[in-house]
Structure formats: structure tokens, C-alpha cells
Unconditional design. Sequence first.
Length: 128
Amino acid sequence: MTYDAATPVRELWELFEARTWEAAGRRLADDFVCEWPQTGERFCGRDNFLAMNQAHPAPNWHIVVRRLIASGTQAAAEVIVTTDEAVDVCLGFYEVRDGQISHGVEYWTEHANQPTPSWRAEWTERMV
């Protein structure tokens, strides 16, 4: 099957939402590496990345792929993850090799958890 870079990325997030872990794992290369620069973490290997996602402590989380852009062997995704306690946003950048995701860099943040700094407040409005 021929894949563009967007297909395995979208499928990975959809399979995470469905908690279909084995199928999600097939979207990742055996030597998959994912980096989280904001915390200085690196997940080496498909099994470690899947285990970490399966162990997430929030009992009720849901995933929506808000935006997905791809070109050649690279894809970028904006993903919203809602739990009972928070809304997290992931901006992920992925490399795809032979139809599987081989590398990812994901930036995670909580949606609207920071107050607007007073120095720029007069020019902004709060997003909901």
C-alpha cells in the first residue's frame, strides 16, 4: 500500500483515540524515536512509546486531529487531547519511512493555562 506522510500520522492518532494499541503500533517503525523538547524527554523504540501512551493516568481522554499538513516524507499535526481535568495541545512534526512513522518531535502544552502578560494585554483577547 502506498502512503503519503499524512496517512500514518492521522491513523496513529485515530487509533490512539480508539485505544487500538496493536494497530497503532503498526504505524510506527520498530526504531521509532519521539522527542519532547519541552521536558527534555526522548522515547526510543515503538514499544516504549506505546507503553507510555497506554499508561497515561487520565482515565477519560479524547483525541481530535485539528490540522494535518504533509509534504513528501514529513507531516505536521495539531492535535487536541481533552481529559476530565484539562485540554492539552500537541504540535507534532513527523518523518515517515516506508509507510511508517520513524521520528517525531512533539511539543505539548495545556490550552489557555497561562495568563496573558500585562505588557501585551491591551492588544489581545482570550481564546476559549
